[in-house]
Design a protein around this ligand. Structure first.
Ligand code: GLN
Length: 470
């Protein structure tokens, strides 16, 4: 499918339109779709000022960047000098960042224009954007349903036509799952391909940064701009990413059987099978493969990730960061009351689980065991990639569920992550591409996973999954 970003940039540079007109259009659409609550803050004034500066440069014939005049939004866990950075929490309600995240710096160096900050589950803990302290985002296709999460605001901003791309973060599926719930593309790069500096940390061993777009080509453009080393994030690989020009053919693809069987919605399973058939017809080999460790992926994830995030969350103590409870006068109360006021129930639940599994009496039984099981999962994936170039599966067992449907049952909520967490735990690149609609008209996504660092091949292959009527 054709890139929207390239079209806008070409029009802005040639003078067919202006950066100001593009930003005004995005702002008007944001107002039009205000009821979806996908943006926590709109930075109209700053965006228009930047657009005007850019238009002046274009008129003078000065060189401009690869994203000239393209409006975008960033998930509100990206530090930005413009506006506030709340991570959708009361804890950071009034936090203004003195710096931009590296991803923001790189995008803006190419002259894209941020028009606002997108809603999320507070601190990215969740899969529906219902854990936002500022109220949920609604699904772009069906307002009675969840946006998915935690990058729900980013996905809805793209799906509802406000911006052609949004930045999100994906620790266990937070780019891919909301993308699939809203019928857009969500790409999670290999762990370490893109700097996470300046993104509010969730789980340090699986946090990634990536784009949500309407076409795969647009995700590729953003990845190309973001990839590469950053002195401020020691986990980033030297740049290895470079978009492929050739379309892959005759690839070996493993369709993960464990993810199209029991417990998976019929529409989701049948759309996935139909896509597999289409890929066979276009000359690829698609075999059913087994990933037995997949049944433990959620259990592993919901031990390892709370452990890591409980440590990352320790900084929100009402002293160094965060709103301090006005009623707290003793030190213990400063910690306790500020956290009680500033954090959502899901944040607290995860801090408690994480502290528990790391405590001296339970470390071996839970945390260590989970890390061992994680290694076995990684080995099984490695083994599959000896015989296959890609793995294919749905993104989530069901299309978007109703608002409120799972809020009182965290375990049921966690099930929505079953298919996205394996790639996260193994650090593998994975992308969610729209794969048609359910009988009720809800978007369904398909996930393609590649070996570590095979991001360019993943995106090239993902273009073949796109269908124009999806
Ligand atoms: N839904 C998953 C969770 O709740 C993923 C979150 C994420 O990727 N930030 O942990």
């Amino acid at each position: 499918m054709k890139s929207e970003i390239e079209r806008i940039v070409a029009d802005v540079k040639s003078g067919r339109t202006s950066a100001r007109a593009e930003v005004e259009r995005a702002l008007a659409q944001a107002r039009e779709r205000d009821e979806l609550h996908c943006l926590l803050e709109v930075c109209a004034e700053q965006a228009l000022a930047r657009a005007d500066q850019l238009d002046v440069r274009i008129k003078k014939g000065e060189p401009v960047g690869r994203l000239a005049g393209v409006p975008y939004v960033a998930k509100d866990n990206f530090l930005t000098k413009v506006g506030r950075t709340t991570a959708a929490s009361k804890m950071l309600d009034n936090f203004r960042s003195p710096i931009d995240a590296t991803a923001i710096e790189r995008i803006e160096a190419e002259d894209a224009i941020m028009i606002g900050k997108a809603n999320l589950d507070a601190f990215a803990h969740g899969g529906s954007t219902e854990n936002s302290a500022f109220g949920p985002t609604h699904n772009a296709i069906d307002k009675g349903r969840v946006a998915g999460g935690s990058s729900g605001g980013s996905a809805v901003a793209v799906a509802s036509g406000i911006v052609p791309f949004a930045l999100g973060s994906d620790t266990g599926g937070s780019i891919r799952q909301p993308a699939s719930f809203n019928g857009v593309v969500g790409y999670k790069p290999t762990y370490g391909m893109i700097s996470r500096y300046g993104v509010v940390a969730m789980a340090s061993s699986t946090d990634t940064v990536g784009p949500i777009t309407r076409t795969v080509r647009d995700s590729e453009i953003i990845a190309d701009i973001l990839a590469g080393q950053d002195q401020r994030d020691g986990t980033v690989y030297p740049r290895y990413f470079s978009p492929l020009t050739e379309s892959p053919d005759g690839k070996r693809i493993g369709l993960i059987e464990d993810f199209i069987g029991e417990g998976v919605d019929d529409d989701v399973a049948s759309r996935t099978n139909q896509l597999a058939q289409r890929l066979r017809e276009s000359g690829h080999q698609v075999d059913l493969v087994k990933l037995p460790m997949a049944q433990y992926a959620l259990a592993i994830y919901y031990i390892v990730i709370p452990a890591e995030l409980s440590s990352n969350m320790a900084r929100y103590d009402g002293i160094r960061y965060g709103e301090r409870s006005p009623e707290a006068h003793r030190l213990d109360d400063v910690y306790g009351m500020s956290r009680d006021d500033g954090l959502m129930p899901e944040n607290k639940r995860r801090i408690m689980i994480g502290s528990y599994v790391l405590s001296s009496g339970y470390y071996d039984a839970y945390y260590l065991k989970a890390q061992q099981a994680r290694t076995l999962l990684i080995r099984q994936l490695d083994k599959l990639f000896e015989s296959y170039d890609f793995l294919l599966s749905p993104v989530s067992p069901t299309p978007a569920f109703k608002l409120g449907e799972n809020t009182h049952d965290p375990l049921k909520m966690y099930l929505a992550d079953a298919m996205t967490v394996p790639a996260s735990l193994a650090g593998l690149p994975a992308i969610s591409v729209p794969n048609g609609r359910s009988k009720a008209g809800l978007p369904i996504g398909v996930q393609l996973i590649a070996p570590a660092k095979a991001d360019a091949g993943l995106l090239a292959m993902a273009k073949q999954l796109e269908v124009d009527d999806a």
